[in-house]
Design a protein around this ligand. Structure first.
Ligand code: UDP
Length: 244
C-alpha cells in the first residue's frame, strides 16, 4: 500500500459536498460532519487550507446559458462560495477548530481579504484557512482557485473531494458499466483524454507547477483524513508512481 506524507494540503470542497441529499443549498448536518473530519486532519498536525465551491447555490455558466451576462453570473457564483465558506467556518468553530476565511473579493465585514503571507501565517499558527470567492475573477472556477492557492502556499497536494465519484475513470461510470478507474495518471493525460476531473485551466496550472491532485470520494466517512494522510484511495494525478 502506498502512503505519502503531506505537510500542507489544499482541500477542494465542491459546493455540492455541502448540500447533503437535497442536492442544493447548505445542509448544516453535512457541514458539521465535514468539519469534524477536518478537525481530525488537524490533530495530525497538518497545515490545511480549504477552497470551497459554490455550485450548490449558483453556477455562472447556468446563469449565462439562460441569457445572463456571463461576468455578472460568475460574480454571483463567487459570492455563493463566500456563503459556503462562512457555513464551514461556523461548523469548524463549533467543533473547536480555529479558522479564518479569506476572500478574493473584498468584503471586510465578513471575511479577511486574501493575503498570501497572512494565510501562511494562519496555518503556521494552527488555523485552518478557508479561501472564498474563487480567484476573484469571472471565467474561472474554484478548481482553478484551488490550483492557484496551492501553488501560492506551496501545498504538497490538492485533495479533490468529489460527490458521487471515487476517482478518475476513462469514461463516465454512470453511463458506462465498463468504465475503468485509474489508480494513477499524469496531468497531461487528463488534458489529452478530456477527462472531466477538473477544467483544463486548473489542470494546466497544476501540471506546470507540479502539484499532485488526489481525487477521492467524500461520500465515504473518514475519507478526508485518509486522503490527507496519503492513504491509497481514489486516483492520484501527477503523484509519485507506485511500484505496482
Ligand atoms: N467562479 C468564478 N471565478 C472563480 C471561481 C468561481 O467566476 O475564480 C464562479 C463561477 O460562476 C462558478 C461559481 O463561481 O460556476 C461556483 O464555483 P464552481 O462552479 O467552481 O463551484 P463547485 O463546482 O466547486 O461547487
Amino acid at each position: 500500500m502506498t502512503t505519502v506524507t503531506y505537510k500542507r494540503v489544499v482541500l477542494k470542497l465542491s459546493g455540492e459536498a455541502l448540500a447533503g441529499t437535497q442536492g442544493y443549498g447548505i445542509d448544516p448536518i453535512v457541514v458539521d460532519l465535514i468539519a469534524k473530519e477536518i478537525k481530525e486532519v488537524k490533530s495530525y498536525g497538518l497545515d490545511i487550507a480549504i477552497v470551497v465551491g459554490g455550485g450548490n447555490i449558483w453556477r455562472g455558466l447556468a446563469g449565462s446559458a439562460k441569457g445572463m451576462d456571463r461576468a455578472t453570473a460568475d460574480y454571483m457564483g463567487m459570492l455563493a462560495t463566500v456563503m459556503n465558506a462562512l457555513a464551514l467556518q461556523d461548523a469548524l468553530e463549533h467543533c473547536g477548530v480555529d479558522s479564518r476565511v479569506q476572500s478574493a473579493i473584498n468584503m471586510q465585514q465578513v471575511a479577511e481579504p486574501y493575503i498570501r503571507r497572512r494565510a501562511i501565517r494562519h496555518m503556521e499558527k494552527g488555523r485552518v484557512v478557508i479561501f472564498a470567492a474563487g480567484t476573484g475573477n469571472p471565467y474561472f472556477s474554484t478548481d482553478t482557485a484551488a490550483a492557484l492557492r496551492a501553488a501560492e502556499i506551496e501545498a504538497d497536494v490538492i485533495l479533490m473531494a468529489k460527490k458521487n465519484a471515487d476517482g478518475v475513470y476513462d469514461s463516465d461510470p454512470r453511463y458506462n458499466p465498463e468504465a475503468k478507474k485509474f489508480k494513477e495518471l499524469d496531468h497531461i493525460e487528463i488534458l489529452m483524454r478530456g477527462l472531466g476531473v477538473m477544467d483544463s485551466t486548473a489542470t494546466s496550472l497544476c501540471m506546470d507547477n507540479k502539484i499532485p491532485i488526489l481525487v477521492f470520494s467524500i461520500d465515504e466517512p473518514g475519507n478526508i483524513l485518509k486522503a490527507a494522510l496519503g492513504k491509497d484511495i481514489g486516483t492520484i494525478v501527477g503523484g509519485e508512481k507506485s511500484d505496482s
